[in-house]
Design a protein around this ligand. Sequence first.
Ligand code: ADP
Ligand code: MG
Length: 314
Amino acid sequence: MTELLNIENISVHFPSPGGRVVRAVQDVSLSIAEGETLALVGESGSGKSTLGYTVAGLQPPTSGTLRFEGVPLTSRTWPAARRKIQIVFQDPFGALDPRMPISSTIAEPLLIQRIGTSASRMARAEELVQQVGLPRDALNRYPHEFSGGQRQRIAIARALSPNPRLIVADEPLSALDVSIQSQVLNLMKEVQEKLGLSYLFISHDLAVVNHLVDRVAVLYLGRLVEVGPREALFGKPAHPYTEALLASVPRIGRKRARNAGAIKGEMPSPLNPPTGCVFHTRCPRAQPMCSEVVPVLEAVAGQGAHQAACHFKE
Ligand code: ADP
Ligand code: MG
């Protein structure tokens, strides 16, 4: 498998009043192969969107390197890469400009990148509305005339317009009715197969993740705690946080639900993350060393691709 994106020791910190620092993403390393779907999961506030925005070039990292097609992304190399990394947001109502007809919305990334002529951009928009399953007359209409699911199709068409290789999808289904979710999910699968796209698929819904993705990365309080192939990670989670997340999803976690209860308490603040392992304050396996030593991400027994950061991984 050829690597498309490499996330190398990325941290994203935000300044906060009083000179304090929000550690939204802390020292995360991950990669995405060509044509692969990597899920990013974790509770709200774990840093998923921040990492997604960084990958999409919307949020500069505080430290670390992104490498795309083998090239480190810097202010010099981003302009050429930008077209190839697009994003779809959670809220299909907020993401589209209400004053802009659908044709212009879809063609806008091409206009921003100065790709093609106005005629070729319109032709591309016409091709895309069909590809995402919208009626052809959608082109001259406005966002308010469409349902949530249709708007998410428009957002997908817009993301596809400059022919990207990677799409960051930040909770793309969670604002949609359950009945619509599978239709949009199927569309994402279909265009992926046709175009050989990679996805960074951000979701807190593990049942959805189970249907789409190749690999799963689990974030907790900005840290990558476990990563691995979907079947390995869902079938035999090595990190107690992953185990607890899965236990809350009946269809996937049923077998484990009895011995791994819900996670205790609230997630601590990223302004003041726990020392040592960030999960130790809520962890059923915690020992004294867990509050002192940050666990490194290591292969789970005998499995190179499945890794977890836990002193007492299973
Ligand atoms: P998730 O998408 O997993 O819910 P986010 O990436 O949105 O998590 O947020 C991670 C943490 O970073 C949260 O504590 C959030 O409040 C904080 N955060 C995100 N964006 C900013 C920002 N622009 N300024 C300050 N704090 C932020
Ligand atoms: Mg988010």
